[in-house]
Design a protein around this ligand. Structure first.
Ligand code: HMG
Length: 445
């Protein structure tokens, strides 16, 4: 069998934009730099009143299928990853399948549909499921549609409110893929954590500062686990490192720790030794506290070296560009980071065929997963076909009062009569409630 991976990808952003520095920060009594420099975020995407996880996911999937010339019969499986589901029984993939049947001839009755939940890592888990299904030879020549879709909203005045976002990523998983091939090797870091959860509630309960540490700890574990099977990772082996990006500042923290780990016992550590010394080794310290302090001093110094900065600018920074403009999309976030990085290579005219990506996914609760992807021959066509820049540029700019209204409109506990801000155009829109409490959708020409 040829390789299996991502054959095509489409992104749909929520159609409203909240400027964090200009509009949100002053109302919160914060300096704009807390957002633009500290968190690394400039804006959040929000869904208009007629948008939700189904419309965003169906719009991304529709564009993907049309662009790739696919019919319902070509799809053997639809998996939706989300942590914003509104039904404990009926999966979002049935709604998305129903939407697609409105616009394509034929039906999706023979496609296996499901929903994956593990916070933000569920998108990557759905890709795994599709990969395994194809590798096992159960796909009958058909491809899998994976949709990662979320309205990542926090309760008003929660610190997480600064990192909100909404959008969907649709990916086609197939043999002989056009975009990236996935490695068989994977590493996991998984533990029972209570850092971010939604126990029967719409908005998350978050221990924000702890969630940052849990992200770093699980990601480190996954990296070590990956090396057990994939061999030692070297800093220069990877052209890009797309990581789960709840906000770019999080990946900035992860980047330096990853670099410290992968340069340990290498020529790079030796070369840097003259400038910042060698990495502290636990054996050299009497207690953990002294070791941790020395490690933290070394990491601070490492962050300021030219060698590290160059690596970060080349490998990590390009993956953060879209996230800066849209916020956290939960399950879609790492997949937005991959697109962002590849898009920047395309814009720079770089030939990326055969180059490798080190992909780090993460979900609170908590689990990290690391795998490797290899860029395929037709990658440029796939990236050039995206219209995400046009979508981002045409978002409606919210005032703070309008933001409050939109937040209420999407809050299950609020009554809201707010009108839509944009007009649906050749896309799926929410169309009211059915007699059993189901949500209804229609394609607006
Ligand atoms: P906060 O307390 O509002 O912000 O919450 P802060 O005071 O920590 O400031 C943020 C950064 O801005 C800091 O940088 C400040 O120094 C800096 P750091 O020190 O950490 O490098 N700053 C400034 N910089 C320049 N000029 C200024 C200025 N002021 C401050 N004037 C927090 C931050 C992340 C806790 C909050 O946003 C939060 O709770 N977010 C939600 C949770 C989250 O995103 N966690 C990330 C890891 S968990 C994860 O990724 C999973 C997740 O996606 C969910 C899932 O898996 O489903 C969330």
């Amino acid at each position: 069998m040829t390789g299996v991976g991502i054959d095509g990808i489409e992104i749909h952003t929520g159609k409203l934009r909240l400027d964090l520095a200009e509009t949100f920060a002053p109302e919160m009594g914060d300096a704009p730099e807390k957002y633009t420099k500290g968190l690394g975020l400039h804006a959040s995407s929000f869904p208009d009143t007629y948008e939700d996880i189904v419309t965003m996911g169906a719009n991304a999937a529709h564009r993907l299928m049309k662009r790739k010339g696919l019919e319902p019969d070509d799809i053997g499986r639809i998996d939706v990853a989300t942590e914003s589901a509104f039904d404990h029984s009926k999966p979002v993939s049935t709604y998305i399948g129903g939407c697609l049947e409105q616009v394509f001839d034929g039906d999706l009755h023979h496609a296996n549909k499901g929903e994956r939940k593990f916070a933000c890592v569920a998108g990557t888990q759905s890709i795994d499921d599709a990969y395994n299904w194809i590798k096992a030879g159960r796909n009958r020549g058909r491809a899998a549609l994976v949709v990662a879709t979320d309205t990542a909203l926090y309760a008003r005045d929660d610190p997480g409110e600064a990192t909100q976002g909404a959008g969907a990523v649709a990916m086609l998983i197939d043999e002989d893929p056009d975009l990236v091939e996935l490695s068989t090797e994977q590493g996991y870091g998984s533990a029972d954590e209570t850092d971010f959860l939604k126990p029967q509630q719409q908005f998350p309960s978050v221990d924000g500062k702890r969630s940052v540490n849990v992200y770093l700890a699980r990601m480190r574990e996954a990296l070590v686990d990956y090396e057990q099977v994939g061999g030692k990772i070297h800093a220069e082996d990877f052209r890009l490192g797309p990581f789960h990006t709840p906000f770019p500042g999080m990946v900035r923290k992860a980047g330096v720790l990853a670099y410290r780990h992968i340069t340990r016992d290498t020529d790079i550590e030796d070369e840097l030794a003259e400038e910042i010394g060698r990495q502290p080794r636990s054996e050299a310290f009497e207690d953990d506290e002294a070791y941790m302090e020395a490690l933290s001093e070394y990491t601070d110094a490492l962050k300021d070296t030219e060698r590290y900065r160059e690596w970060y600018e080349r490998t990590i920074d390009p993956t953060l560009d879209l996230s800066r403009r849209v916020g956290n999309w939960y399950t879609g976030s790492v997949h937005v980071a991959r697109v962002s990085g590849l898009k920047s290579l395309a814009e720079a005219g770089e030939d990326a065929v055969g180059k490798r990506l080190l992909v780090g996914s993460y979900g609170s609760g908590a689990q990290a997963e690391i795998h490797v992807e290899t860029v395929q021959e037709n990658w440029l066509e796939e990236i050039d076909a995206l219209n995400i820049d046009e979508q981002l540029a045409s978002r409606y700019e919210l005032s703070f009062e309008e933001y409050e209204d939109v937040h209420d409109a999407h809050n299950y506990d609020e009554e809201s009569a707010v009108e839509e801000f944009t007009t649906p155009d050749a896309e799926f829109a929410f169309d009211g409630w059915g007699r059993m409490g189901e949500r209804k959708y229609r394609f607006v020409e």
